[in-house]
Design a protein around this ligand. Structure first.
Ligand code: SIN
Ligand code: MN
Length: 207
């Protein structure tokens, strides 16, 4: 993948790096194919919060560790609930990590979130990883999403931005532990996927 950061448009929102249009359409199409292959090996599940409420997104993972939630809590597991190991992180997805955070440790997990037209994600901090000095890299595919960035603590003023297909976002440094969430997606704003919806890939170092 011919990734050249100097040609990309990068902006800073509260210390979060947003690289608009990082992936070409051809790269997005190829990564969607990779995601389909991951989902054939590790099917999407409808996760439950520890309190027993279903999340509106469907999830699966690739990599050595996959993030799961159920009555036992939020955690990383070495296997899909089926008992099978998670498939490897697709090479093209790994290439995005290497391009945008070249000095970071290798990613151990790629969470795949699939948003249907009505799905959203409440404000939260990614805090199930041992080393917050390592970044989080997030790739957006499909319909636009209204992404909200808050503060280290709950509440307070927030800033929202639209994430579009092919955009890449990096949370690192002081921005690594900011609250963030997805208020809604805008169904039908992209034709990348077969149906209205959005896929978000989140790469993380876990241990
Ligand atoms: C997440 O924070 O886990 C997902 C973010 C996104 O969907 O853009
Ligand atoms: Mn998150």
């Amino acid at each position: 993948m011919g990734v050249n950061l100097t040609e990309k448009w990068e902006r800073d929102v509260r210390g979060v790096r947003v690289i608009d249009g990082f992936l070409s359409t051809a790269e997005q199409v190829a990564i969607v194919e990779d995601v389909r292959a991951v989902a054939r090996m590790a099917p999407f599940i409808r996760p439950m919060t520890p309190r027993g409420r279903p999340l509106s997104v469907r999830m699966t993972s690739a990599g050595a560790l996959g993030w799961v939630t159920d009555q036992k809590g939020y955690r990383y597991e070495v296997r899909h609930p089926s008992g099978e190991p998670w498939p490897p992180i697709p090479v093209r997805v790994r290439a995005v990590w290497d391009a945008v955070v070249p000095t970071a440790r290798p990613p151990e997990s790629c969470l795949v979130n699939w948003y249907g037209p009505d799905a959203k994600m409440g404000m939260h901090v990614d805090r199930d990883e041992a080393d917050p000095a390592q970044p989080v890299v997030s790739i957006s595919l499909g319909d636009d999403a209204l992404f909200r960035i808050g503060n280290p603590e709950r509440g307070g003023k927030t800033e929202s931005l639209w994430l579009r297909s092919g955009d890449v976002l990096v949370m690192e440094g002081p921005a690594r532990l900011l609250h963030h969430g997805v208020d809604r997606i805008a169904p039908g704003t992209s034709t990348l996927l077969d149906a209205p919806g959005r896929i978000n890939l989140t790469l993380r170092v876990v241990t």
